[in-house]
Design a binder for this molecule. Structure first.
Ligand code: SAH
Length: 363
């Protein structure tokens, strides 16, 4: 173990005795960490070591930073805390899916889900506590939006599931989807900061092409993502390609119409050259006619895309019912006959309310 010359000074001890709350060390950039160590008479290189423990190895305790001397660890403890999330309850579905209800440092709870399949292990993470979008068919909408998650709180959900993936399944985490609670593009800066730590070689080093951000389709933010040259995938929760129908189930469509969405997607494709995935649920009496399917087909011609027809997961309110299997197949046949890859997806983790749209902190 490396010895350090750092001595805890008198002012440090005084600082620790005052009521000043300690800063979360993960709020500091690498540069700020360097400045901190230099101000304490230590080498800037310490910052690199701490940064690596925090973002590459996801440690949650300064005492686990074993290549730092005891004195350095004490110095860190004196000035900082690590406000990591804590798994409050863990539920496992009969199909293997794991749902974590995680507690944030202020006591609020969000949910994140590990979805195992033969080939992949996917982490489905939340970006906000609750959601402001009020989609009529989604249980999270009932919670309203309480606050945005910080970058470290988003990162921690992935780090937790990465560990569970090894622990429960002996396999690495392969994919990440922002399809938990909240609208990622309404917490854009924090989501982007988290993705940086998740994908960078100085962080979890996960491939951006295995990460998907799912959005209700906020046009101006899709344009921003294109300008920011993001490397991850984009999914849009479409559910209808007819304005009046879409507005009736997703109020965001009133101010963010399909035409605006289409224009933003054209811009996305021009800049990023990446297919978009449309998520689509078919409900009885809402969007189950041939006219609805043909409208989707027209929308699919805007840019190259894939369609995921996802199973409706019943929530308590709303009275929505999924259309029959044959209607889903009609959709699939129509789209596929025009060369659009269309998959009918079965839900996972329904028995523990872990499936799409069911995350509502019930427990
Ligand atoms: N706000 C983002 C991500 C969260 S929702 C978005 O809208 O994309 C993740 C996906 O679950 C979305 O496609 C959403 O439309 C879908 N969803 C919501 N409630 C659902 C339900 N009850 N059954 C099936 N899918 C649902």
């Amino acid at each position: 173990m490396e010895e350090s010359v750092i001595k805890t000074s008198e002012t440090d001890l005084i600082a620790s005795e005052t009521t000043m709350p300690k800063r979360d060390v993960r709020k500091l950039s690498l540069e700020e960490l360097k400045t901190f160590f230099v101000s304490k008479g230590d080498k800037p290189f310490r910052a690199q070591q701490v940064h690596e423990w925090l973002w590459k190895r996801s440690v949650t305790d300064f005492d686990d930073m074993t290549n730092l001397s005891l004195a350095t660890r004490e110095l860190l403890k004196l000035h900082f805390v690590i406000n990591n999330i804590k798994v409050d309850t863990l539920q496992q579905s009969a199909d293997g899916t794991i749902k974590n209800a995680v507690k944030l440092h202020d006591g609020l709870i969000v949910e994140s889900v590990l979805i195992p399949t033969e080939k992949r292990i996917t982490a489905c993470v939340s970006s906000q506590v609750g959601c402001s979008l009020a989609c009529k068919f989604c249980a999270t909408a009932r919670l309203k939006r309480m606050r945005n998650l910080n970058p470290d709180e988003i990162y921690d959900q992935v780090a937790t599931i990465k560990q569970q993936s090894e622990l429960f399944f002996g396999r690495p985490l392969t994919n990440i989807v922002f399809m938990g609670m909240g609208e990622p593009l309404l917490n854009y800066a924090n989501v982007m900061a988290a993705i940086e730590k998740i994908t960078s070689p100085q962080g979890l080093n996960m491939a951006a092409k295995r990460l998907t951000v799912s959005t209700v389709g906020i046009a101006k933010m899709i344009v921003k993502m294109a300008d920011d040259e993001v490397k991850f995938n984009l999914a849009v929760s479409l559910h209808s390609a007819i304005n009046s129908t879409r507005s009736s189930i997703m109020p965001i469509n009133d101010t963010n119409t399909l035409e605006e969405l289409g224009e933003a997607l054209k811009y996305w494709y021009k800049k990023r050259k990446k297919k978009v995935t449309y998520e689509y649920v078919v409900w009885e009496g809402v969007n189950d006619t041939e006219k609805d399917a043909r409208a989707l087909l027209e929308f699919c011609k805007i840019i190259p895309c894939k369609v995921n027809i996802i199973e409706y997961n019943k929530i308590e309110e709303g009275g929505y019912r999924q259309a029959k299997e044959e209607i889903l197949l009609l959709y699939q046949n129509l789209l596929e006959s025009h060369g659009i890859t269309t998959r009918i997806r079965k839900s996972r983790g329904k028995d523990i309310d872990a499936a799409c749209g069911q995350l509502a902190n019930k427990s």
